[in-house]
Ligand binder design. Structure first.
Ligand code: DUC
Ligand code: ZN
Ligand code: ZN
Length: 474
């Protein structure tokens, strides 16, 4: 007699964003078909006794194989980035299609499909970055792409090669409103950062640490408020991504109190690092390993972020995995000759897709700051809901994809570069001790990582088109 299920996961503590219970999970053709106290046999059986079974992690903010304006090289392509994601308990990641100024957005999307095709261990779904809102892009390409299932796009309020002015922001927001898409905002004010950069350089303050002073929280607060005001005027929901501290959080809370649909994301670097990490060893260039934007802040901001993770100010905890090499051939890493002349040339971004879930679990759940259900909401269910993947992804329910992270809540691990699977030559979390680690990642019923070994196949990951039929447009 053939087995009723392709896979049965037995005896684990099943956790969703709403509750936890002990159950067996039955899987057929990559989909959950049963949840019950005791299921009959499966062709494959996994004993999860003593372990947690969580919905597969969804990292809603990663950068893979992205071209850079200055020739520095991103350390992960789709293969290494999704391998690292799988090792860190993720089954889906949402990378950005970066529109190059002057390029067709559609052509950029197609180019990213070529890069990703056959190179993904996890499922992927693309956000877009709109850097050149030409009449062609706003009038034709963007609406057509949203209808084709690319339902979210990011805009930047800083970086000379990406920044949109207020008129451009308003026109992009207006397309989002009309087409029912989600706008994600990098909220840092370009002119304020440039003013601070010039002032610091004039004072001879060029070490990586000064990146954190140039990217002042005031500039983030101002841009967050401006983005929110534009969203209010255009009547469109927005996601403020990579929120670093108390000041921008207060703007988000201010808007929410007025009934505005403002969503917020924060990241591991804002709970596990501070600006002091950018000092390296005595203000040396080691600090470049922690340069990202917005930068990590101080302990008061860390405390504020924890409040926000607990009280619902934050909907999403994403990695903002933006991996560079520290030391790369042909001077293409963070430690490049030009970067040594000023912090402003250090590539902005740090790796983190593999350590996102362990850091939040350890610092949050193991240390008693958040519940395990909240952990699941922040790392899987909410990103699926907000970005139009729910209930196919982001929960454990009959009919959902059989995407799981089997989690050992007691496993103690010291994060070290040599246990990670990413392309970067360092981790900013070197030496950090965590309690709680993913021991198995299952994508649509197939184990893709077990005990730190990648067992999946890089052709298994699929690109997911999205729509808001599950939860409605926010
Ligand atoms: N913004 C991101 O979202 N990622 C890395 C760098 C940046 O500025
Ligand atoms: Zn950004
Ligand atoms: Zn990012």
């Amino acid at each position: 007699m053939s087995a009723q299920y392709d896979l049965v996961i037995r005896g684990g503590t099943v956790v969703t964003a709403a509750d936890q219970f002990t159950a067996d999970i039955g899987v057929v053709d990559g989909v959950i078909t049963a949840l019950a106290a005791k299921l009959p046999g499966g062709a494959e059986e996994i004993d999860a006794t003593g372990l947690m079974v969580l919905p597969g992690g969804i990292d809603a903010h990663v950068h893979l194989d992205q071209p850079t304006s200055d020739g520095t090289k991103m350390a992960d392509d789709f293969e290494s980035g999704t391998r690292s994601a799988a090792a860190g308990g993720n089954t889906t990641v949402l990378p950005f299609v970066m529109q190059q100024k002057g390029s067709s957005l559609r052509a950029c999307v197609e180019e990213y499909h070529r890069k990703a095709e056959g190179n993904c261990y996890t499922d992927v779904s693309f956000h877009m970055v709109v850097s050149d809102p030409s009449p062609q892009v706003l009038g034709q390409e963007l609406p057509a792409l949203v209808r084709d299932g690319y339902t979210s796009f990011k805009v930047f309020m800083t970086y000379d090669d990406l920044v949109l002015n207020d008129a451009e922001l308003l026109s992009v927001f207006d397309v989002a409103r009309r087409e029912k898409a989600l706008v994600m905002v990098h909220a840092e004010g370009n002119d304020a950062i440039k003013y601070m950069t010039t002032r610091l350089e004039t004072e001879g303050k060029t070490a990586p640490y000064y990146h954190a002073e140039a990217h002042a929280q005031i500039a983030e607060r101002e841009a967050t408020h401006r983005a929110i005001s534009h969203a209010q005027l255009t009547d469109v929901p927005v996601v403020i991504v990579h929120v670093s501290g108390r000041d921008p959080m207060e703007q988000i809370q201010w808007a929410r109190k007025r009934g505005m649909k403002v969503f917020a994301e924060t990241c591991p670097q804002y709970i596990a690092l501070t600006k002091d990490d950018l000092k390296g060893l005595n203000m040396d260039f080691e600090g470049a390993k922690y340069v990202c934007s917005p930068p990590p802040r101080d302990s008061d901001s860390q405390a504020a972020i924890w409040e926000g993770l607990r009280d619902g100010t934050f909907d999403i905890f994403a990695s903002d995995h933006c991996p560079f090499y520290f030391d790369a051939p042909q001077d293409t890493g963070k430690d490049n000759a030009r970067a040594r002349t000023s912090f402003k040339w250090v590539p902005n971004g740090i790796p983190g897709v593999e350590t996102r879930m362990p850091i939040l679990f350890s610092e949050g759940v193991s240390n008693g700051r958040i519940s395990i259900e909240r952990f699941v909401a922040l790392t899987s269910s909410n990103p699926a809901k907000l970005y139009g993947l729910y209930p196919q992804k982001g929960t454990i329910a009959v009919g959902s994809d059989a995407d799981f992270t089997i989690w050992d809540a007691n496993k103690k691990v010291t994060i070290r570069q040599d246990i990670l699977h990413h392309g970067s030559d360092y981790t900013p979390y070197e030496g950090m001790q965590v309690t709680g680690w993913p021991v198995r990642t299952i994508l649509r019923g197939e184990t893709i990582m077990h005990e730190g070994k990648i067992t999946g196949d890089r052709t298994r990951g699929a690109h997911l088109k999205r729509d808001f039929s599950g939860m409605g447009y926010p």
